[in-house]
Design a protein around this ligand. Structure first.
Ligand code: ATP
Ligand code: ZN
Length: 226
């Protein structure tokens, strides 16, 4: 997408776990917005940096298509969509620029509580339910294990009880959801947190200076946090 622009557009989650911390981070970078009535687009006031409020799942694609210049999204979502592109032979379209220190969670395998976990080789021939089929398939391949990946868009934890899968691969933070479904986490596939994602291409217009300034300010804010 070769469209030239003189304002930056950052996609963040409209509502959900990453929505407030993403806004707080960008505010701390000195950005402010005039809220539009529908609040899907926030026009930047202090700097020419606008916000697009979307579902987190849409953020990698918006960057790939050049609709947005940056996005705040979970590494889990970014890596999943990167893996999906790779598996159909598309070139990389986005990259992780900064880890942001919030939205921490793990993508883990969880098995029924009665299982005795002995390691990845135990997964041979099993059915694993997940919303992260690309990450899971790649990990299984690295382990040299053949298992079938059952893709579900939600309520993954219920799959073993329903008999549609033997175990699951899902995001875990406290583990309370797993415990409520008589599952236990046994293996981490990915340590995730919110990240700043950007395109692999360089900006060739005024966005280059804006992007450099934003990253500089963000580095200052992130350094203060830890
Ligand atoms: P949307 O409506 O934007 O699609 P969603 O339901 O997919 O929302 P959230 O549940 O708000 O998204 O999660 C957003 C991100 O928060 C996840 O992709 C993940 O990176 C992070 N996260 C942190 N802890 C958890 C957790 N326990 N469960 C799920 N996601 C978590
Ligand atoms: Zn989502």
């Amino acid at each position: 997408n070769g469209t030239s622009r003189d304002r930056l557009r950052i996609a963040i989650q409209k509502s959900g776990r990453l929505a407030e911390p993403a806004r707080a981070l960008l505010s701390a970078c000195g950005l402010s917005w005039r809220e539009s009535r529908d609040k899907l687009f926030c026009y930047g006031e202090s700097l020419p940096v606008d916000l697009l409020l979307v579902r987190d799942d849409d953020i990698p694609g918006l960057i790939a298509d050049g609709v947005c210049d940056f996005g705040v999204v979970g590494r889990n979502e970014l890596n999943e969509q990167a893996g999906a592109r790779q598996s159909i032979g598309l070139p990389a379209a986005y990259q992780e620029l900064r880890a942001l220190g919030f939205g921490g969670c793990r993508l883990m395998l969880a098995v029924p509580e009665a299982w005795q976990w002995s390691g990845p080789e135990q997964l041979q021939g099993t059915r694993i339910a997940t919303s992260y089929p690309a990450i899971l398939a790649q990990w299984l391949q690295e382990q040299g294990v053949q298992a079938s990946v059952v893709e579900l868009s939600g309520s993954v934890e219920i799959a073993p009880k329903l008999g549609t899968a033997d175990l699951i691969c899902d995001l875990v933070s406290s583990g309370a959801t797993l415990a409520a479904n008589q599952l236990k986490p046994v293996q981490t596939l990915l340590e995730s947190e919110a990240v700043l994602a950007g395109p692999v291409r360089r900006f060739e217009d005024q966005r280059a200076q804006l992007a450099a300034m934003l990253l500089r300010r963000m580095d200052g804010v992130l350094k203060l946090k830890d």
